[in-house]
Design a protein around this ligand. Sequence first.
Ligand SMILES: [Mg+2]
Length: 142
Amino acid sequence: MKIIKQYKPTRMSSTHPPLGLDLDDTITAHPEFFSWLSCNWPGEVYIITARGEGATRDPEENDLAKHGIAFTDIIYANETSECKANVIRELGIKIMFDDMFEFARHIDSDVATFVVKGSNNFDPGPNLFCFTRDTGKLIGPP
Ligand SMILES: [Mg+2]
């Protein structure tokens, strides 16, 4: 099945919370899963990206079409690491997928937040997650 562009109607479901998806290294890391999820999600689907908004949305829309992602709108949230969390709160998103601890750590705790393992946060050599003092806390014995 090939989906060229499939927009979800706004306010499709008042009983299902909106779903938030990061684009780079989240959708692009697992496009088949996120295509299935976005096409089957009964509520709105927002793409929240840290990409800067250009004169057109063509690059992002082309990427989403290429991966068969159904979505309500693309939100550009690239000003601060708290920016995505603010957008998520404003849109009432209750499920969010992102690959960046920097963004995930600011998301309200009542949002089910799934961090996608990838090259931004995982080193396959030692088989360890990567974080900074700002994004992670080492637990357990040193
Ligand atoms: Mg990302």
